[in-house]
Design a protein around this ligand. Structure first.
Ligand code: PMP
Length: 440
């Protein structure tokens, strides 16, 4: 801790200044951690520099939003070309048509709308599902994060002791300010357990509360990475179809990070709706909702409003178009797979050599070392088994050695196409050093 304090003294001074008028010294909660946030000056490719001039390899990548790397020239050129032509009209521009066409081809879902963030995408998708089914209840996965609107700020961040019975999880508010009536409308079930999901649906049906939708990530991305077990997504697809429940894959994290057509493409299970954001805009605020003809017809009929002043903003659309056409191409994903393979293989070798209590897991640009004796398959097993002190120590160890990571280690790394063998080697050397120190 002391070393980090010395390396970030300019951030410390800015924090004192910032707290005068910026609540908590940050623009948004979770943009820093004790004892003070680190303020960033600039980024280029796989590197960022904080206001002390300290250089880091960026494995945080803006909470998984910068798979393109920082200041990518192709995206810079597209944004620079768009700016003099005007940046906002409240009307669709040709780039939004091109981006929708491209997303439709990649996801195999024909109809798209745009938003400015992941929260807006999931909020609108849930409203569409409620309008389509005429039902109010929302089913989600216990422990999953889907944004900051009331309906989904439920049953996340729950301490292990309060998790309760997995067959009948209570609906728990995540933070204050969310009406209990709204919390009660959201029901959570465990990940990787389709029979438990079906049993809960059956009980809700008896109560006259069949869900409008199941909103889930195809691979959980906030417990480190938790992959779906074989057959799980197929079973969820079958169950939701049978009960007339709209299946929403929240691909805000997985979407542009794991394959040209996201987790939908990677796992081969087609949901009714998909939500995107983060890397779609290559660092500009953007989001999208994709859906089947049948479900999106409710939007086209005008029965449900999917609105937003900045939706499909020309700058974001120019960035998204350049990103899809020039950066996040099949070759881009092949490069990410190659880099991730290198870091995962290296991490596994270190874990085995030092006999560390953990494992490395990843997909596409995402991955982590999970310090747990047993594989994590859902929120409960994560909370029960994760070695929190070791996880915390690793964050500090890495930050002191030029590896920038998210303030919590719920998501450890997102690589960008600009990461290099050198940056991966650096990560592995630092991990090796940590392992050696732990075993000394
Ligand atoms: N869904 C998922 C799966 C996310 O990980 C996040 C953000 N971490 C969101 C939705 C919300 O996105 P945003 O922060 O852009 O509102």
């Amino acid at each position: 801790q002391q070393r980090l304090d010395q390396r970030t003294s300019a951030s410390k001074a800015m924090y004192v200044e910032a707290t005068k008028h910026l609540s908590g010294g940050v623009a948004s909660s979770y943009q820093g951690r004790d004892p003070w946030p680190i303020y960033i000056d600039r980024g280029e490719g796989p590197k960022i520099w904080d206001i002390d001039g300290t250089e880091y390899y960026d494995f945080h990548n803006g909470f998984g939003s910068m798979v393109q790397g920082h200041a990518h020239p192709a995206i810079g050129a597209a944004v620079a070309a768009r700016y003099p032509l005007g940046t906002h009209f409240g009307c669709a521009v040709p780039d939004s048509v091109v981006v929708a066409d491209e997303l439709a081809a990649r996801w195999g879902l024909p109809k798209w709308r745009f938003t400015n963030s992941g929260s807006e995408s999931t909020m609108d998708a849930i409203r569409i599902a409620r309008a389509f089914t005429g039902r109010d209840t929302v089913m989600k996965i216990f422990g999953s994060y889907h944004g900051h609107h009331d309906t989904v700020m439920v049953s996340i961040g729950v301490p292990y002791d309060s998790i309760g019975d997995r067959e009948n999880y209570a609906s728990l508010s995540y933070g204050a300010g969310i009406p209990q009536a709204v919390v009660d409308m959201t029901v959570a079930v465990p990940f990787n357990d389709a029979p438990a999901m079906e049993r809960r649906i059956q009980r809700l049906e008896k109560e006259g509360r069949l869900p409008a939708c199941v909103i889930m990530e195809a691979a959980m991305m906030n417990l480190g990475v938790v992959l779906p077990e074989p057959g799980y997504l197929e079973a969820v697809r079958e169950i939701t179809t049978r009960y007339g429940i709209v299946l929403i894959f929240d691909e805000v994290k997985t979407g542009l990070c794991v394959a040209p057509g996201g987790a939908t493409d990677r796992f081969g299970v087609l949901p009714d709706l998909v939500t995107l954001a983060k890397s779609l805009g290559g660092g500009l605020p953007s989001g999208a909702i994709g859906g089947s003809e049948e479900v999106m017809a409710i939007v086209e009929s005008g029965k449900v409003y999917q609105v937003g002043t900045y939706n499909g903003n020309p700058l974001s659309m120019a960035a998204a178009r350049a990103s899809l056409e020039q950066v996040l191409t099949p070759a881009g994903y092949a490069r990410l797979d190659q880099l991730n393979d290198k870091i995962l293989t290296g991490a596994r070798e270190i874990i085995a050599r030092y006999d560390l209590p953990g494992y490395a897991v990843g997909i596409g640009s995402k991955g982590c070392v999970t310090f747990s004796e047993v594989p994590v398959r859902d929120y409960e097993s994560y909370k029960e088994n994760q070695d929190v002190p070791l996880t915390e120590l690793t964050w500090l160890w890495n930050m002191n050695r030029g590896i920038f990571a998210t303030p919590g280690r719920e998501e450890e790394w997102t690589l960008s196409v600009t990461h290099t063998d050198e940056s991966i080697d650096h990560y592995l050397a630092v991990f090796d050093e940590l392992a050696a120190a732990l075993r000394a």
